[in-house]
Write a protein that binds this ligand. Structure first.
Ligand code: ATP
Length: 447
């Protein structure tokens, strides 16, 4: 087998092993540059892709190549552009590519929000992969990309991350909230300067428009956005849109806009699970050069469940509390610092959990309290047991007593089963998050 065949076979293997999104984002455009008998030099289009492949795939790729060539092989990823082909050593090419001066900052893009600082978990993996794909290949991956999710879950962060990367590639990027778009439009109409408005919005390569839900119901803004969208899309320019709900749920949105939003890819961001929330806190603490014990991060992450902005705010508050009082960060300090942010667990009782489970799973409360064992009731009941145990700290015998007079081993089994299923069953994980959303929404409202 020659080197090119071995590389193509490795690509085929990776395609089978990796998720589609990851493969498309990171591997599809990689090419064999040189092979000197023992090292495969693989070219990728930018330093991001090189670092990603180097840190996650180099040993897997080397293993596949070794198997195919029947002798030990190494792999090296380099930044490589096709137009440099034949101009000599690829090392030289790599340096040339990296020495390009950075473009002047883009005033509409927040340079702190990058893919590097975005923590990926099960809740946002697809959204993250889609954004990476768009940033790598504007207008060629998904156009438009429509990103939706609840408040404070990282939509704006991802838009800026795309913006930062596209800007580094020398593209003209414009980030605006839909409110700014509306205000710009109104001003231009008042000043009779709509030509300048159109120029600003149509002479760009990438338009990132945040919180598009605010244009629903505003007729002339929708009209103008429709033309902006068509012009950009028609010229193969990338449009990325964020919203707090999917296009279908934007009731007062004109049908022609809704259908355009659905032309490309629509992806959601769900609330982050516990592990991701801890990882976000850890990353934020590290960036602030602070050492915070794992159990403290976990304590904060358990308390603030549905909004990453609040989660970050909670950490900042705990650290400020510790600095101002001169005390170390302990559980007690966290509890005092967050007393008014955290719903008190005692307010979560059996009834609150059953009501929330009942509404998310669509099973009447009395059936959850009863002894019915059909699957449509049994699983939601097990979820209720799990949440009573995990979130409301109710004892196993009390839970069993409340839910149909079961003994504590049944409850223990249910809790383990739900915890295990949530690792594998995405739908169930989301349902549990929805229940928690309801519980904590209620608890906060009652506080
Ligand atoms: N996965 C993540 N990793 C790191 N930081 C995150 C993540 N998700 C959200 N954040 C941070 O949480 C904060 C809120 O995120 P962001 O403003 O992007 O949310 P949003 O979904 O746009 O909210 P809104 O609905 O209010 O517009 C930001 O500081 C962002 O950096």
């Amino acid at each position: 087998m020659n080197a090119q065949q071995a590389w193509q076979a490795t690509l085929g293997q990776l395609q089978m092993d990796m998720s589609k999104a990851a493969f498309e984002t990171w591997v599809r455009n990689a090419e064999l540059v040189t092979h000197d008998g023992e090292t495969f030099k693989i070219g990728v289009t930018n330093a991001y892709a090189r670092d990603w492949l180097e840190s996650r795939l180099s040993s897997t790729v080397a293993r596949h190549l070794t198997g195919m060539m029947s002798r030990p092989q190494k792999v090296e990823f380099v930044v490589w552009h096709k137009e440099y082909e034949g101009e000599g050593e690829s090392e030289g090419v790599e340096e040339a590519a990296e020495e390009e001066p950075a473009p002047a900052p883009n005033p509409t893009i927040n340079s702190r929000y990058t893919f590097d600082t975005y923590v990926v978990g099960a809740n946002n993996r697809l959204a993250h992969a889609a954004c990476m794909a768009v940033a790598e290949n504007p207008a060629r991956a998904y156009n438009p990309l429509f990103l939706y999710g609840g408040v404070g879950l990282g939509k704006t962060h991802l838009l800026h991350a795309i913006g930062n990367q596209a800007h580094r590639q020398g593209l003209q990027v414009l980030y605006v909230s839909s409110e700014e778009f509306t205000n710009d439009l109104i001003n231009s109409i008042q000043k009779r300067n709509t030509a300048a408005f159109r120029d600003r919005y149509r002479r760009i390569d990438v338009l990132l428009i945040d919180d598009i839900q605010f244009i629903a119901g505003k007729e002339s803004t929708q009209e103008e956005f429709f033309h902006t969208f068509n012009t950009l899309h028609g010229q193969d320019k990338q449009v990325v849109i964020s919203s707090d709900r999917p296009p279908k749920a934007m009731v007062t949105l004109e049908e022609r806009l809704r259908s355009r939003f659905e032309w490309g890819l629509t992806v959601d961001i769900q609330p982050a699970d516990l592990e991701t929330r801890i990882a976000i806190l850890r990353s934020k603490a590290e960036r602030a050069s602070r050492q915070v014990p794992q159990e403290i991060l976990e304590l904060i992450a358990r308390q603030i469940q549905s909004n990453i902005r609040e989660l970050e705010g909670a950490l900042t508050r705990v650290l400020a509390y510790s600095d101002l009082s001169g005390q170390p960060v302990t559980q007690g300090l966290v509890n005092s610092a967050l007393a008014d942010l955290i719903p008190q667990h005692s307010s979560l009782g059996v009834d609150a959990v059953v009501t929330a489970v009942s509404s998310v799973f669509g099973v009447p409360s009395d059936r959850l309290f009863g002894r019915d064992r059909t699957r449509e009731v049994a699983l939601p009941r097990q979820v209720a047991m799990y949440l009573m145990r995990e979130d409301a700290n109710i004892s196993l015998p009390q839970i069993g007593e409340a839910l149909g007079g079961r003994d504590h081993t049944t409850v223990m089994y249910a809790c383990d089963k739900v915890a295990d299923l949530m690792q594998r069953d995405d739908r169930l994980r989301r349902q549990v998050l929805q229940v928690r959303d309801q519980l904590y929404g209620q608890a906060r409202a009652a506080a």
